[in-house]
Write a protein that binds this ligand. Structure first.
Ligand code: NAD
Length: 318
């Protein structure tokens, strides 16, 4: 068992990972800046199950500014999930935030990791580095063609991780998650919007014609891969869910699961949204023992159950 630093611990994926690592007997130091990308109360709630548990400590701080060397000296391994997500908001005036939170913060962490010496540095990257697939599953060595400033910032960060692995000896792993969903999903993501619209009996606006497809990964499966990466050989791994669905199919599944009717209207595709994502997760299966276990309908039901409890608690709070 070791001491793991989880950056972005209060976020959607980070908070699930913290719980998993604690359950596996690790000591966990969580860091989070509670950025304003979405509401602080949601992040506090994400961590409600972990706070107060033995072996867990939360430090509120911004990776772009805080002292990291002391922190890295206290950790054996690092999982770096902190960042500014979201394709659509990454254009234009918001870009400096993406540079700071995705690129500069990663560079600061890597520098501190060189000095602190870590056994493993796992970086949460994204399928968006590939751009759209070209009609088949993408493999790790396929060309990267980012289609948004967000994707570019994730690619820059994972290139930094690769650079520090090659030149400075950091044992580093890059995980390219494909659209992650499930309880605690960020509120601006598609499924979250659909489920919330169903419960509030509001219409949804879909960017594009609804035929765009995503490889969907249940958060518990993404966490399995991430926890396994702490012990597995360093490398770059796709983490896909093994289920692909169009936006229209996801909306239909939300209607079935919630038993509500949701009206949809369609508008132009958002710049940077790709047509299709499709993972070849064979390498993760081989080296991480990764086997996605949760299918789409089951995963959406879990997310809808969680969202229903949140709706009743939070009323109409966004
Ligand atoms: N959710 C997905 O579908 C998905 C897909 C691909 C990649 N990813 C990547 O996985 C990671 C986690 O995503 P998520 O969906 O859980 O996002 P999230 O926004 O819920 O979590 C990220 C957390 O990082 C924190 N943070 C941001 N900048 C920080 C900084 N400078 N210092 C300290 N904390 C900071 C935020 O406050 C937030 O709690 C991100 O790096 C994201 O790019 C997510």
């Amino acid at each position: 068992m070791s001491r793991v630093l989880v950056c972005g611990a209060a976020g959607f994926i980070g908070s699930h990972l913290v719980e998993r690592l604690l359950a596996d007997g690790h000591e966990v130091i969580g860091v989070d800046a509670f950025t304003g990308y979405y509401a602080r109360w949601r992040k506090e709630r994400n961590l409600a199950g972990a706070l107060g548990r033995e072996g867990f400590r939360l430090i509120e701080g911004d990776l772009a500014r805080m002292d990291l060397e002391g922190l890295l000296r206290r950790a054996d391994r690092v999982v770096h999930l902190a960042g500014e997500p979201g394709v659509r908001r990454s254009w234009g005036p918001n870009f400096p935030k993406y540079l700071e939170r995705n690129v500069l913060s990663t560079e600061r962490l890597l520098e501190a990791a060189v000095r602190g010496g870590v056994e493993r540095f796992v970086y949460a990257s994204s399928s968006s580095v590939y751009g759209s697939d070209r009609g088949g599953p993408v493999r790790e060595e396929d060309p990267r063609r980012p289609a948004s400033p967000y994707a570019l910032s994730k690619l820059a960060a994972e290139e930094l991780v690769g650079l520090y692995a090659r030149e400075r000896g950091i044992p580093a792993t890059v995980l390219r998650y494909f659209t992650v969903y499930g309880p605690r999903q960020r509120p601006e993501m598609g499924l979250s919007q659909f489920i919330s619209a169903a419960y509030r009996e509001r219409p949804v606006k879909i960017f594009g014609d609804g035929s765009q497809r995503r490889d969907m990964t249940f958060v518990g499966d993404a966490v399995d891969a991430t926890a396994a990466a702490l012990d597995a050989p360093p490398g770059v791994y796709n983490v896909g869910g093994g289920t692909r669905a169009s936006v229209d199919e996801m909306l239909e599944a939300v209607r079935r699961v919630t038993g509500r009717t949701v009206e949809a209207s369609y508008g132009p595709a958002a710049p940077g949204d790709v047509r299709s994502t499709w993972a070849d997760s064979g390498r993760a299966a081989r080296d991480l023992g990764y086997r996605p276990r949760v299918g789409l309908e089951e995963g959406i039901a879990a997310q809808a159950g969680w969202a229903a409890s949140l709706e009743s608690l939070a009323g109409a709070t966004a």
